[in-house]
Design a protein around this ligand. Structure first.
Ligand code: MN
Length: 314
């Protein structure tokens, strides 16, 4: 990561408006880091226009002019194509705060810490290093981002720095009990869909997977966005090393895959199908049903060979 943090804070100082962007289909890290930065910037610069961009209804209306005249801050987004609202590229100044494996360089103001467990962790290190204090609202958003991307601090990506970031956020007023409610109270329709997902789960060697149709979630009244992010419903089963969810898109033609493992790297296999993400948590889009079958076979093999590799290296 760019060790010199000053240019980022100088850019905040000099820019107005500042528009904060997230990735397509934002997860709680993308949203929490986005709103964490928005609330911080609003408090620091009460006279400036600070906006949250994105295609969701709860986001701000942002005009072309506002983007052109100011700064775009992109968070939690691995590549340029994944920015939710491509108008970000019209901004005078573009910066990024991220933690994905670096495959697209955003330039001089790219602050990507590949070792951070969440984009929120990168954001906190920058804020701390610059001696900032942040309002409670901002701290709450960032804590929720951190908890979510680390699955409650239980992933291999968690380091002492992750807890240091969490400790700092608590000092700034964040409340973990509120985070539990905000992050993990499910809608009843999501609960109903997840029951189906579990019902359809199958086990092959050390792999558990479930392939669900559009009908499966639409009939429960569960939106695609909520349905497709249910993969961890399949995790935490003894003897299961890899778990995966394949969700048919609402168009009925393709499938969205979410792949997870506790410790076997999946990124290379995901890459062969055009997917990406993190070492042990990957997403793959637009799979045909034939590709879903191929990927399941690949994951099944990896659930055995990957485990052997781990045992040998122990
Ligand atoms: Mn993230």
């Amino acid at each position: 990561m760019n060790p010199d943090i000053r240019p980022l804070f100088e850019a905040f100082e000099q820019s107005d408006p500042i528009v904060v962007f997230h990735h397509i289909s934002p997860d709680p890290d993308a949203l929490g880091t986005q709103f964490g930065m928005v609330e911080f910037l609003k408090e620091k610069y009460p006279k400036k226009t600070i906006l949250a961009a994105g295609s969701q209804p709860e986001m701000d209306e942002v005009s072309d002019e506002q983007i052109q005249n100011g700064m775009a801050l992109v968070v939690d987004t691995s590549t340029r194509e994944r920015v939710d609202d491509q108008r970000y590229s019209m901004a005078k100044t573009i910066a990024r705060i991220d933690h994905h494996l670096l495959c697209d360089d955003f330039g001089e103001l790219d602050y990507t810490d590949e070792k951070a467990a969440a984009a929120a962790q990168t954001a906190v290190s920058l804020l701390k290093a610059h001696g900032e204090t942040i309002p409670e609202k901002s701290a709450q958003h960032l804590l929720e981002a951190l908890i979510s991307d680390t699955q409650k601090f239980m992933l291999q990506t968690v380091t002492p720095e992750t807890f240091e970031a969490a400790a700092w956020l608590l000092k700034m007023g964040a409340d973990p009990a509120k985070a539990q409610v905000n992050l993990y109270s499910r809608d009843r329709v999501v609960f109903a869909f997840r029951a189906k997902l579990m019902n359809k789960a199958r086990i092959l060697d050390n792999l558990m997977f479930s392939v669900v149709s559009a009908e499966d979630y639409l009939s429960c009244g569960c939106p695609f966005e909520d349905a497709k992010s249910s993969v961890n419903t399949l995790g935490s089963v003894k003897g299961i090393e890899i778990w995966a969810q394949f969700t048919q898109n609402p168009d009925g033609a393709h499938y969205n895959g979410s792949l997870r493992s506790a410790r076997i790297p999946l990124i290379e296999l995901a890459g062969r199908f055009g997917g990406g993400g993190h070492t042990c948590a990957c997403g793959v889009k637009n799979l045909t049903i034939g590709q879903v079958d191929e990927l399941i076979q690949g994951l099944r093999e990896l659930s055995v060979t990957g485990l052997n590799d781990l045992e040998e290296s122990e």
